[in-house]
Design a protein around this ligand. Structure first.
Ligand code: ZN
Length: 218
């Protein structure tokens, strides 16, 4: 029997592709998803995540961490804040410490469930300037979590060096291109089907067009 996997799952394109790959690799019964409700702008992301997990037959745990809102301010959690470049050089949608927090909670949960493999769909190839999407951060967090809990966690990042077009290609190889296109949600503004204008939509659409062009040639 394969070792169990816990996927950090937001319902976006990247984590949906990771979840589909994990299910394809070892079967839904061996895969769990953990989803965080942290005060993101709209509930639609959580709805998408719930629907996909249920559809795939994956056990999903939704963790409510609203306290994040009381210690940080950003455009992903405040509908009135502009989505732009901040004074610190990072996009205003950057949620300070988010992936560190997600990984910490995921590891605590995984330890309780006897799971060592944790998958997170971050990428430094096409990232939006978020420092906690970088490989060096994930590796350091892996070391810290192992030390913190005397565990042998393996944080896996299958998308780390893939751009968005390559993530679409991966979904296609899994036979799930239309599924990801239709059911995952990436829009920062929380518009169903995407607003087409925010950085997340722009990145997703650019990758989509690139992939269609590439596929057309092969
Ligand atoms: Zn959008």
């Amino acid at each position: 029997m394969h070792e169990k996997i816990l996927v950090i799952f937001s319902g976006g394109q990247d984590s949906t592709t990771c979840l589909l790959q994990a299910v394809a690799d070892i079967g839904a019964a061996q895969v769990e998803a953990i989803t965080f409700s942290y005060g993101q702008r709209h509930a639609i992301e959580l709805e998408c995540a719930h629907r996909i997990a249920a559809d795939l037959g994956v056990r999903q745990t939704v963790l409510d961490i609203p306290q994040l809102q009381s210690v940080t301010h950003n455009a992903l959690m405040d509908e009135t804040a502009a989505i732009t470049q901040g004074d610190d050089g990072l996009p205003t949608t950057f949620v300070a410490g988010r992936n560190a927090l997600f990984l910490l909670y995921a590891a605590i949960y995984a330890k309780g469930r006897g799971i060592r493999r944790i998958i997170i769909g971050v990428s430094e190839a096409d990232f939006s300037g978020y420092p906690d999407c970088r490989d060096v951060f994930i590796k350091s967090m892996n070391v810290s979590l192992n030390l913190a809990m005397a565990c042998d966690f393996r944080i896996e990042t299958p998308l780390m060096f893939l751009d968005k077009a390559e993530v679409w290609a991966l979904a296609d190889r899994l036979g799930r291109l239309d599924y990801v296109r239709e059911y995952s949600h990436s829009c920062y503004r929380g518009v169903r089907g995407g607003c087409g204008e925010c950085p997340a939509c722009a990145l997703r659409e650019r990758g989509w067009r690139e992939y269609l062009t590439l596929r057309g040639r092969t």
